[in-house]
Design a protein around this ligand. Structure first.
Ligand code: GUN
Length: 301
């Protein structure tokens, strides 16, 4: 038996359908359209593609998006000034700074300037801390997308051995925390791990986000494991591949995500989910404040 292929494109399409409905409800109930601000500094070609995908996805579900482009010579102060304005703009529910930033930027300082209530990437230290204790406002989009795929397939996480390969701030570390929050027994492997296979072979759920083609071979995978390949690598011949030897690994696994068409479509989709959740949260809080003011005024009469 070969693995069931998890169709990230189809799951993303159904989540986007839910997004469209939630946006319509917000518009009808509050007369407000959810808004996302996307800031990009410099001309990184991959970032340009990611940013245009995010803008297009917003359009698709009815979210207002605004792109702010700075040249790579821009100063950190200019970008911080914009973030400050957007943080207090009530029409903006999500703010995202596309990474990487040019080297003159202090990433922690820039990400820390985004209001934690609008940090739809989930990169602000407040939200990272929230993830550690299991109640972040915004789960980071890629691991959030992976959890959604597991849930969609009805894959049990609690009590299972999960191994995460890659320990980046954007994927590996938050992925490990989310799996732990869902009661998996989690190991995190990284570039300095010795004998990777001794860990991967124990995984019931193997999430690979290392950015290294063919890192995971068939013999490194436990029979019937669930394999989630987060890697996106462009080979010299132009082909897009993940971090796993897909043809080999799919012979042993019970589930596998393809590249492209697995985790990738979920990342942008979960950004839409976070932006809509942010709009719902702020509008509900505003209407609650308005209703309690009315009661107070009434009581005072
Ligand atoms: N660069 C690579 N991945 C991401 C992401 O998920 N968010 C942002 N803001 N930048 C990225």
């Amino acid at each position: 038996m070969t693995a069931k292929i998890i169709d990230g494109k189809a799951v993303a399409a159904s989540v986007r359908e839910e997004c469209r409905t939630r946006v319509d409800v917000i518009k009808e109930r509050y007369g407000v359209t959810p808004g996302l601000a996307v800031i990009m500094v410099g001309e990184n070609p991959a970032s340009k593609v990611y940013v245009s995908n995010k803008i297009r996805a917003c359009e698709e579900v009815g979210i207002n998006s605004t792109k702010y482009l700075f040249p790579d010579t821009a100063s950190q102060e200019e970008v911080l000034d914009l973030i400050e304005q957007l943080s207090i703009d009530p029409t903006v529910h999500g703010i995202l700074v596309q990474l990487p930033l040019p080297k003159q930027f202090d990433i922690e300082r820039v990400l820390g300037a985004i209001s934690a209530q609008k940090d739809v990437d989930g990169f602000h230290l407040y939200n990272v801390g929230g993830l550690v204790v299991g109640n972040t406002i915004f789960p980071p989009c890629t691991p959030f997308g992976v959890m959604r795929l597991l849930q969609h397939e009805g894959i049990e996480v609690a009590g299972r051995n999960a191994v995460v390969v890659g320990a980046s701030n954007i994927v590996g570390k938050p992925m490990a925390l989310m799996l732990m929050q869902n009661e998996a027994t989690v190991s995190v492997c990284h570039a300095r791990t010795r004998d990777l296979a001794q860990f991967t072979i124990l995984a019931d759920i193997l999430v690979v986000a290392a950015g290294c083609p063919n890192l995971i071979l068939e013999q490194m995978v436990k029979k019937d494991a669930v394999v989630i390949d987060v890697g996106i690598n462009r080979l010299p011949n132009g082909r897009l591949v993940g971090d796993c030897d897909y043809e080999g690994v799919r012979k042993r696994a019970s589930y596998i995500t393809p590249v492209p068409g697995g985790v990738g479509p979920m990342t942008v989709t979960m950004l839409l989910v976070n932006t809509i959740s942010s709009a719902e949260r702020s509008l509900m809080a505003a209407s609650y404040r308005a209703s309690t003011n009315i009661h107070e005024a009434h009581g005072a009469q």
